[in-house]
Design a protein around this ligand. Structure first.
Ligand SMILES: Cc1ncc(COP(=O)(O)O)c(C=O)c1O
Length: 380
């Protein structure tokens, strides 16, 4: 019988260690392994860039949680993305990218990959026809989406886009960072590769940077594994261990993130100092129905537009106390930021530029009344 999500989060890849029975996978803080004879590494372990048991435990767990064949853990989300691009694409190829995305992901396409000959076209991920129109037959290798997107929380219909991508012979890549595998499993809807910044909800405690790729197909997963070793952007053993510790509570954390975010979205909706609340859980969100179809709940991220414009948005961020003014998201503590001047500054002047009056909240798992009181004073 296949176990439930929380059982997998606690046990997949994490059987008690064979020698001592240690219940928690040890941190194999080693670069290399003694070999019994030339060409006979024990259990295949020869060098920690190629393989490490702590990283393997994390990878096995991530594959189980996303329902994929192979998972690979990287030094950061961007390292995972770079390895994926350089495994699947070559100069002259083309990718369709989201018209709203993490600024660093956009920068990777626009400032790094394009210089190496990889063309890209932004398309609105909530509109499958727009994505289809952006495809260049014969050269598009990847349709890349985030859902929900960062920071405008757009929703992509994963099943519809999988059909669009596959019709064109392209892969559908879904950055599942905002949802986490607890809320959404893109492979079940036809995605070929799932990307994570495990820095966020997966790790969950703002204490470690990491990334992951999960492949639906074993052959593609093995190609990615080959490139991970050949390119070297691996997750270290201690970082893998911290991430795995965070994963054990992913389900309970996400439920509290969602509880708190639902309360806060309802409070902000209709508030005189707020022009618009963007949260996929609100029926007014244009992607609400698609989100309800493919997500268990609607997540802990909320964006809103300040009624008083850009300066008001900046003042709200500066006045918040319990909501810490910081980049990143997905930790147990609540964070607030101004995407236009912080996480998405690298998209200024591009088709992915974000509105200046936008504030992004990563709603943590604190007592919700305290969070509401902080927002009330911060809104001014
Ligand atoms: C949706 C999304 N994808 C990818 C990344 C990049 O991950 P990392 O910062 O771990 O490189 C981020 C980081 O904020 C993100 O928000």
């Amino acid at each position: 019988m296949r176990h439930g999500f929380d059982t997998l989060a606690i046990h997949a890849g994490q059987a008690p260690e064979a020698r001592t029975g240690a219940v928690i996978p040890p941190i194999y803080q080693t670069s290399t392994y003694a070999q019994d004879a030339v060409g006979a590494p024990r259990e295949g372990y020869e060098y920690s860039r190629s393989g490490n048991p702590t990283r393997d435990a994390l990878q096995e767990c991530l594959a189980a949680l996303e329902g994929g064949q192979v998972a690979l853990a990287f030094a950061s989300g961007l390292a995972a993305e770079d390895t994926l691009l350089r495994t699947v694409c070559k100069p002259g190829d083309h990718v369709v990218i989201p018209d709203d995305a993490y600024g660093g992901t956009y920068r990777l396409f626009a400032k790094v990959a394009e210089r190496w000959g990889l063309a890209y076209t932004p398309a609105k991920v909530s509109d499958p026809d727009a994505v289809r129109a952006a495809i260049r037959p014969g050269s598009t290798r990847i349709v890349w989406v985030e859902t929900p997107t960062n920071p405008l929380l757009g929703i992509a219909d994963i099943a519809a886009l999988a059909a669009v991508a596959h019709d064109a012979g392209a892969l559908l890549v879904v950055d599942n960072t905002f949802a986490s595998p607890y809320l959404q499993q893109p492979i079940a809807f036809g995605a070929d590769v799932v990307v994570h910044s495990t820095t966020k909800y997966v790790g969950g405690h703002s204490d470690v940077v990491g990334g992951a790729l999960v492949a639906a197909d074993r052959a593609l997963g093995e190609e990615l594994r080959y490139h991970q070793n050949a390119m070297g952007a691996i997750n270290g053993p201690f970082d893998a261990w911290l991430t795995l510790r965070g994963i054990k509570t992913l389900g309970v954390r996400m439920d509290r993130h969602c509880d708190n975010a639902e309360r806060i979205a309802a409070y902000l909706d209709g508030h005189a100092k707020v022009a618009q609340v963007i949260y996929p859980g609100l029926p007014s969100h244009p992607g609400h129905e698609v989100a309800a179809k493919q997500m268990r709940r609607f997540g802990g991220m909320i964006s809103f537009r300040a009624a008083g414009g850009e300066e008001h948005a900046v003042d709200i961020c500066n006045r918040a106390r319990l909501f810490v003014l910081a980049e990143s998201l997905g930790g147990v503590e609540s964070l607030i930021e101004h995407p236009g001047r912080m996480t998405h500054a690298s998209a200024a002047g591009s088709p992915l530029e974000v509105p200046g009056d936008l504030v992004r909240l990563s709603v943590g798992i604190e007592t919700v009344d305290d969070l509401l009181a902080d927002l009330e004073q911060a809104l001014g």
